[in-house]
Design a binder for this molecule. Structure first.
Ligand SMILES: NC(=O)c1ccc[n+]([C@@H]2O[C@H](COP(=O)([O-])OP(=O)(O)OC[C@H]3O[C@@H](n4cnc5c(N)ncnc54)[C@H](O)[C@@H]3O)[C@@H](O)[C@H]2O)c1
Length: 276
């Protein structure tokens, strides 16, 4: 038996973190598009990793449980990397909320029930959630602790409150941050830690879809006008994951780390600030 890593989302960010942290482990990679999971499994297995692709849907509790059952066949689950998601240009409002918001909440809850003592997890939110004005303390708490099955019924997530797909994505990512805080308390009872990484623009197929989507100019300007002056790479996100998932991060749990080349800083206090 080996220690097992569950990776959801066979994209560039997920693979970069799995490559950094998963050597010597059994890595179960779940993706709605099995061909994406197979592609990454092949690349990694050819490089000496031990990866098993599984078809799964983050928006389904049953599918998440099946993935966990599959993972447990190989050993105890000691790492979770959640890098599955859909972006504002890829999916309608309902799908964004179901996958990015509800699905992430369920995954953190279900893995939190079985994570090995001393285990660690990261989930990927987004800088996008940092641009939205603060919610009320009551709304934050609702996003943090409402039972997952009730989340999508919250008034603040109803169609009359969600303006467009970008707003849905921002709410989902804000919710991810709050869920991670609430789950860190539960994971802590098992001696386990869970954190969140909020990336800015990272060059991946998801970001390339955004560059070519209706907000393409907005995104290109965003990285050109941020302090770093460029988009980031998945390997740079893995640098943060390595800190959070290794013993160097032993005192870090329930936290969200922004890695965006300073785009959020520029949005509030620099050239990316929206015109009044
Ligand atoms: N790339 C960026 O610039 C960027 C910036 C901020 C946040 N993020 C976040 O990082 C995460 C990973 O993004 P990426 O850029 O690596 O994207 P990607 O498109 O390369 O990978 C995402 C993967 O998730 C899978 N997926 C989509 N819906 C799913 C579902 N319902 N169940 C299971 N798998 C599903 C896709 O098939 C895809 O393989 C996402 O949550 C995204 O919101 C990305």
């Amino acid at each position: 038996m080996k220690d097992v890593m569950i990776l959801t989302g066979a994209g560039q960010i997920g693979m970069a973190i799995a490559r950094r942290m998963g050597y010597g482990m059994k890595i179960i990679v779940g993706d709605k598009k099995i061909e994406n999971a197979q592609t990454i499994a092949k690349i990694m297995n050819d490089a000496g990793f031990d990866v098993e692709p599984v078809e799964m849907d983050l928006s389904s509790r049953e599918s998440i449980r099946n993935l966990i059952t599959e993972a447990k066949k190989y050993g105890e689950i000691s790492m979770l990397v959640n890098a599955a998601g859909v972006s504002p240009s890829q999916a309608p409002i309902e799908a964004i909320l179901k996958v990015d918001l509800y699905g992430t909440a369920v995954l953190l809850e279900e893995v939190g029930k079985v994570i090995k003592e001393g285990g660690v997890g990261v989930t990927i939110s987004s800088q996008s959630g940092w641009r939205m004005p603060a919610l009320t303390a009551e709304e934050d708490e609702l996003l943090a602790v409402t039972p997952a099955e009730e989340l999508l019924k919250l008034p603040l997530l109803q169609p009359d409150h969600i303006r467009d797909t970008l707003h849905a994505y921002q709410m989902a990512k804000r919710c991810n941050e709050k869920r991670v805080m609430a789950e860190a308390v539960k994971w802590g009872r098992r001696g386990a830690r869970i954190n969140d990484i909020a990336p800015g623009i990272i060059v991946t197929p998801l970001a390339v879809d955004e560059f070519n989507g209706p907000r393409g100019d907005f995104y290109k300007n965003m990285f050109a006008s941020c302090p770093a002056g460029r988009p980031g790479t998945a390997d740079e996100v893995a640098n943060v994951a390595e800190l959070l998932m290794s013993n160097k991060g032993a005192f870090i749990t329930g936290a969200t780390f922004l890695i965006d080349g300073g785009a959020t800083s520029s949005y509030f206090y620099g050239p990316l600030k929206p015109a009044e």
